[in-house]
Design a protein around this ligand. Structure first.
Ligand code: NAG
Length: 353
């Protein structure tokens, strides 16, 4: 099914609370017939059909299909226009999000809850890699090659990117410390780490998740507490079996990509970014280079860095939108930008210890 009830309710709540102007209008049958008369429109309808087949999409009726075609058309035009610009270092593609409005996408597929007082959450805390010289760091790093990254996961239409980001960082730490790569449980965080910040599918914060893991002494495995993609009540017996140990977390000094590199040279690091920009949402490969704000609303995990063939330096980030998104589920984002970093990636990175 394209949309769950929860999804619809969340989308409605979001639309009502903040972005009521952006709801797409449903075209009447007459207007559609008129629209279909144009050649471009016929081509777009065909492209939408092909996309539906490719993504296994089915709509409940013709009215819904017509509404989704209009959203698809608007997104496809933006994507085509972006790809037509020469000199872009990354490409966009009509991926699985191409028939969603911005509001629907934001409500269901992101879920990073930026702390109310950014300044209070970092700075002054211990940063264990502060004396590490980057001259001693490898030129490139890929924790996948070190066996410290599990396969790409898919959060589905549940806004718990924060859980996937924190889990990927904890999986990396566990591999580095014990030599074992164990897939860990996002659902335990969704169900059990519920407080005024972390709200399961309605968003959360990685630092809060690390603190939860530290209080509990770790996290259950994915296999003992599997992902369901909806809010549920905490299954204490499944959560009781600890598959990895976490003792706490530290924040990387803010807006400091050199410090971030020092941290990523040692372990995978949770990173908050802006994930709702067109350039990120429809990312289809290459080195993402801006075209996004630095307002944080999504979370991913830095699992390496390197330099592309054309000389552009990048961060290698693991996302939680399935392996069909981006480069096999990963994104390369420009590295070494002053200040907050591309899409705000340097604003609030943190890692478990
Ligand atoms: C870094 O070096 C300074 C000066 O030697 C020292 O005071 C500090 O404890 C070191 N930091 C860490 C995390 O080891």
């Amino acid at each position: 099914m394209v949309v769950s009830l929860r999804f619809i309710l969340t989308a409605i709540a979001v639309v009502i609370s903040a972005w009521c102007a952006a709801a797409p209008r449903v075209l009447a049958g007459r207007e559609l017939a008129a629209a279909a008369a144009g050649g471009d429109d016929a081509a777009m309808a065909l492209r939408h059909e092909k996309w539906m087949a490719e993504h296994g999409r089915a709509y409940k009726d013709e009215a819904e299909k017509a509404r989704r075609l209009e959203i698809f058309r608007a997104n496809a035009k933006l994507i085509d226009a972006f790809n037509a610009v020469e000199g872009n270092t990354h490409r966009l593609t009509t991926n699985r999000f191409a028939d969603l409005t911005d509001d629907e996408f934001r409500a269901a597929w992101t879920g990073y809850r930026a702390p109310a007082a950014l300044a209070a959450t970092s700075g002054g805390g211990r940063f264990r890699y502060e004396n590490f010289s980057l001259a001693d760091a490898p030129q490139s790093m890929d924790w996948r090659a070190m066996g410290a990254v599990t396969g790409v996961k898919d959060q589905g239409d549940c806004g718990c990117c924060w859980a996937f980001s924190a889990v990927a960082a904890a999986e990396g730490l566990n591999k580095i410390q014990t030599g074992r790569l164990v897939s860990l449980s996002e659902q335990e965080l969704v169900d059990c780490n519920v407080d005024d910040v972390n709200q399961g599918c309605e968003g959360g914060l990685m630092d809060d998740a690390f603190q939860f893991m530290a209080r509990r002494g770790g996290l259950a495995s994915e296999s003992s507490y599997p992902y369901r993609g909806v809010d549920g009540s905490c299954r204490s017996s499944a959560a009781a079996a600890r598959a990895a140990t976490v003792r706490g977390h530290e924040d990387v000094p803010r807006n400091n990509e050199a410090a971030l590199a020092a941290a990523v040279a040692h372990q995978p690091v949770s990173v908050a970014i802006n994930g709702e920009a067109l350039a990120f949402k429809f990312y289809g490969g290459g080195v993402l280079d801006g075209d996004c704000s630095t307002e944080l609303n999504h979370a991913i995990t830095a699992v390496g860095y390197g330099t592309a063939g054309d000389g552009s330096k990048y961060w290698l980030m693991k996302n939680s939108w399935g392996a069909s998104w981006g480069e096999g589920g990963y994104v390369r984002i420009r590295r070494g930008v002053r200040g907050e970093g591309v899409c705000g990636l340097a604003k609030l990175p943190s890692y478990p210890v």
